[in-house]
Design a protein around this ligand. Structure first.
Ligand code: ADP
Length: 542
């Protein structure tokens, strides 16, 4: 027997039309190099329709790739909807990738047009001769400086959309591609994930669930996470869908500016990677942060010490989430549930330091890496985390590497090693490639560095495995000391003694000025490994 319900497509047009119809007076605010731009969803919607008409006037193919090389701004939000709602595919380029990676992904995706902020042209313009399919560059004046690219038609965003009448939207196939995003490619070339209207629609609803991030109409959302990093974690779509006020940081990504915006715009929900929140915390001192209700954070493990420092200073712990470009990205969120009621505060802090429970719609499991056997959720068994669900990738765009990332039954192999608790909380032990393999046993670099970062004199710490003649690998701790503080190797090891198993204690501690970061602000273990490539541990002769 079949149901009797209507079959209506889950397209982004519906999210767009809600903002246009239901919330036309709500604001989209963008910080610029020179001040703040404000307009309403009503004006945003009108401009978005004109932009779609402009894509027609430029002759962009019906499913042409529309690339952006841009900060988080209202204009970027116009592109987020004008491209997919007119049938095209939005392709957000990561502005911090190496030049050759940008060239690779622009050519691989066959981008036809690139929309670029003026202040970013210095990075993009020199690459123009390497792009094979780009026919137009549209410059968005953001108050910054940058050279016009040569050898391609250069247009001005405002002139372009000012010359158009608003377009009608008509996408009705929910399986149509809406946008694409490449992984940041820590090894090899980046891999492309293509989201459908349906997957984005459902992911947006996932981000709006109260037991997830819970974006709602009364929120004031500050996506510090870039719009090119895994769909700004769904916040741009969820902001539009719910009618939340959106506060876009533009090029103002420095901690003091972010803290100012949180206070002056009464931000309720601000999301970014841990390194962002490490920098912002001191800037929040003495400010009114009473509007904040959640600080979603992910991309790499949130140190318990960081979350607790937020709880101590502003009365609000960090809300950890786990995900990947391949998972749209929000897949699990560490809300404390009533299942855990009655736990003492320090154990609740451990729960918040986990990666949380799967969001409704997402299935997670752990599997033995050697045999593929599915492992129990007993809080002990470690295995590769695998994911399935309607907003999880089933493959990569035009890439021979797809098969190795998926199981025979279609689950995504995440490359993360995890433990699941009986209550369904995921605890990421490490990335497979970062785990320190010591004498056949595993040491979690994540756990070790989080313990080091609990030391009051430590600003940042990253742990890597370094070759060892007897144990295969042993941990090397790379530590950044807070300004004005002094710390010795012995003090670090002494601090860890009793906090981690004896055989986990790092064989050496080196003090560095800064942990290198990836293009999306995560600790770059790869760069650290390169830097300490020929490092000989003092224990190597033991
Ligand atoms: P990249 O692989 O280039 O870093 P992604 O942003 O897609 O690009 O990264 C996804 C990965 O980030 C996950 O597989 C996981 O290793 C890590 N990650 C994301 N969120 C968390 C988290 N809350 N805790 C630990 N690791 C996380």
């Amino acid at each position: 027997m079949q149901g009797t319900m209507q079959d209506r497509p889950l397209t982004l047009n519906h999210l767009f039309e809600r903002a246009e119809r239901l919330n036309p007076t709500k604001e989209v605010v963008t910080a610029t190099a020179t001040g703040v731009d404000r307009y309403t969803y009503g004006e945003w919607a009108d401009r978005t329709r004109r932009l779609a008409a402009a894509l027609d006037s430029l002759g962009i193919s019906p499913d042409g790739r529309v690339a952006t090389f841009a900060w988080n701004t209202g204009r970027h939000l116009e592109l987020y909807f004008a491209a997919p709602c007119s049938g095209r595919v939005l392709h957000t380029l990561n502005i911090r990738l190496f030049p050759e990676q940008v060239t690779y992904i622009v050519n691989h995706a066959e981008d036809e047009v690139i929309f670029v902020d003026r202040s970013l042209l210095g990075l993009l313009a020199p690459l123009m001769p390497t792009f094979r399919t780009v026919r137009h560059v549209v410059v968005m004046e953001d108050g910054g400086q940058g050279p016009d690219p040569e050898g391609v038609e250069v247009l001005d965003y405002e002139e372009l959309i000012g010359a158009q009448a608003p377009a009608e939207f008509g996408v009705d196939d929910e399986y149509r591609a809406a946008s694409m995003c490449y992984t940041s490619g820590t090894t090899g070339n980046p891999k492309g994930v293509v989201y459908t209207h349906r997957s984005t629609f459902l992911h947006t609803m996932g981000a709006m669930l109260a037991d997830s991030v819970g974006v709602c109409e009364s929120d004031v959302v500050l996506p510090v996470v870039p719009m090119f990093h895994a769909n700004a974690w769904g916040l741009a779509h969820a902001g539009v869908a719910s009618g939340a006020k959106l506060v876009m940081p533009g090029p103002n990504m420095v901690p003091v500016k972010l803290a100012e915006m949180i206070e002056s715009e009464d931000v309720t929900l601000a999301a970014g990677v841990p390194t962002i929140w490490m920098g912002v915390l001191p800037e929040l001192a003495g400010r009114d942060t009473s509007s904040l209700r959640a600080i979603p954070c992910g991309g790499s493990a949130v140190p318990k010490a960081l979350s607790e420092a937020y709880r101590a200073q502003i009365g609000l712990p960090i809300l950890q989430a786990w995900g990947m470009t391949e998972t749209s990205p929000v897949a699990s969120v560490a809300n404390v549930t009533t299942v855990l009621e009655g736990l003492p505060e320090d154990e609740l802090a451990d729960v918040r330091a986990s990666q949380g429970r799967p969001v409704l719609g997402v299935e997670l499991r752990i599997a033995d890496q050697a045999t593929g056997e599915i492992l129990p959720w007993d809080g002990q068994s470690r295995g590769e985390l695998q994911a399935a669900g309607p907003w999880i990738a089933a493959g990569y765009y035009d890439d021979p590497r797809s098969p190795e990332s998926f199981t025979d039954d279609g689950w995504l192999k995440t490359g993360d090693v995890a433990v699941m608790t009986p209550e369904g909380y995921v605890r990421i032990v490490d990335r497979t490639k970062d785990v320190v393999k010591s004498g056949g046993e595993w040491i979690s670099s994540v756990e070790l560095e989080n313990e080091i970062m609990a030391h009051p004199k430590v600003a940042e710490a990253a742990v890597i495995g370094v070759p060892h003649p007897k144990w295969a690998e042993r941990p090397l701790a790379c530590v950044v000391v807070k300004p004005g503080e002094e710390l010795t190797k012995e003090e670090v090891v002494e601090f860890l003694d009793g906090r981690v198993a004896k055989w986990w204690l790092p064989d050496d501690v080196v003090f560095i000025d800064e942990v290198p970061k990836t293009s999306v602000g995560k600790f770059s273990k790869k760069d650290l490994r390169d830097r300490f490539d020929d490092y000989t541990l003092p224990t190597a002769g033991d």
